[in-house]
Design a protein around this ligand. Structure first.
Ligand SMILES: Cc1ncc(C[n+]2csc(CCOP(=O)(O)OP(=O)(O)O)c2C)c(N)n1
Ligand SMILES: [Mg+2]
Length: 370
């Protein structure tokens, strides 16, 4: 993304036509029909994963789910710009990134079912687990990137966060530190236009990406529903990080088509007209139209992708409903790496409570007529 870019970078229009932008098109010149189809497939599969998980929550199999519906291009496009040895720090909505990193579908729901504190093994895929503390991951990513830089590793670190998170102090600190110390980190803001019920206009009086200049790093907007454009600008930022050029900031303009989480009712704070307007810019429709226009679409491909999506959804569903309940005391197992007196005491007190001798507080069943 060039420093002078005034408009969101776009390479494919909603109708599937290419945009004339030689500078950014050059960054994806190697992306032929096969790779375009792979991007399409990952977007369809991750939408299916999202639909399945949402249904599982509605059926009482998950406590909560944070849908990514509408944000497939922002996540899949950026994830395709990464190498396995790069490192990803995320929030709670980056399921499509996790899928592209190689997280098995059977690992995607564990935390949301309350079966563990985590979903997947972060070291196996170089991606952190879902993180609910909005914005905190900016600091974690910057620290990791700086450490990798000191180690002489030629990797990039990318951190995903939302428009709402951009108002958090943690993000401001991370941006300042990363720019001053030239940490090789890509700040990837998915501006999905809402932070629960707060519209983006109350987060920032200017485009969020403009803040990058104040910190001293390049930044710009990209059409976050254009998977090719997202891939292009993320490749550029990742290459910059790897080659010692320091941090960059990408603001991907997208839209959260569903609720904030399954506990939210978006009809209470936003209009149907707004949602319909964004539905016309659906990221999956766009790449399908591109493939059709350029003669790379056929029914056999469509059925193959549908079968794959169905198989992944089935694996996710089966693993979720078969997940064993954890023993209650496991709650304390991974709070600290080494034993901690406070946790040890809490574990003992809880075990005593479960055994029916709560030491002063009402026991289960106490006071109930026998
Ligand atoms: C530090 C902190 N403050 C507040 C919350 C409550 N909270 C959860 S999600 C959210 C909105 C975040 O919006 P955004 O960053 O735009 O991400 P999105 O949910 O749109 O992906 C808030 C305020 C929290 N989890 N953590
Ligand atoms: Mg948001």
């Amino acid at each position: 993304m060039s420093a002078k870019s005034e408009y969101p970078v776009q390479l494919v229009q909603p109708d599937g036509r290419r945009v004339l932008d030689p500078e950014h098109a050059a960054l994806v010149a190697d992306v032929g029909p096969q790779r375009l189809r792979a991007l399409y497939e990952d977007m369809v599969v991750t939408r299916r994963i999202d639909t399945e998980a949402t249904a599982l929550q509605r059926q009482g199999q998950l406590g909560l789910w944070a849908p990514l519906l509408g944000q497939e291009a922002a996540q899949v496009g950026s994830a395709h710009a990464l190498r396995p040895d790069d490192y990803v720090f995320c929030g709670y909505r980056e399921t499509a990134v996790a899928y592209c990193r190689g997280v098995p579908p059977s690992d995607l729901t564990r935390l949301w079912r309350g079966a563990a504190h985590h979903c997947w093994d972060p070291h196996a895929v170089n991606m952190t687990n879902p993180n609910i503390v909005v914005g905190s991951q900016g600091l974690h990513a910057t620290g990791y990137a700086f450490a990798a830089h000191l180690d002489g590793a030629d990797i990039a670190t990318i951190v995903y966060f939302g428009d709402g998170a951009s108002s958090q102090g943690d993000l401001a600190e991370a941006l300042g530190f990363a720019a001053s110390w030239s940490a090789p980190v890509v700040f990837f803001c998915q501006n999905n236009h809402w932070a629960i019920s707060e519209p983006v206009r109350v987060q920032s009086a200017t485009p969020i990406a403009r803040r990058a200049y104040g910190y001293g790093m390049p930044g710009g907007q990209v059409d976050g529903n254009d998977v090719l454009a997202v891939l292009a600008v993320t490749r550029q930022a990742v290459a910059r990080a790897r080659s010692g050029g320091g941090p960059s900031f990408i603001e991907a303009l997208t839209y959260r088509m569903g609720p904030h989480t399954t506990a939210d009712d978006p009809t209470r704070y936003r209009s149907a007209a707004e949602t319909e307007q964004w539905a016309r810019r659906d990221p999956i429709d766009r790449i399908r139209r591109l493939l059709e226009r350029e003669g790379h679409w056929d029914d056999a491909f469509e059925s193959r992708v549908a079968e794959r999506a169905h198989a992944v959804a089935r694996a996710l569903r089966d693993a979720t409903v078969d997940m064993p309940d954890p023993a209650p005391a496991e709650l304390f197992d991974h709070v600290y790496t080494t034993p901690h007196p406070l946790i040890t005491e809490q574990r003992r007190a809880y075990a005593e409570y479960l055994a029916g001798d709560p030491g002063g507080s009402p026991a289960r069943g106490e006071g109930v007529p026998r």
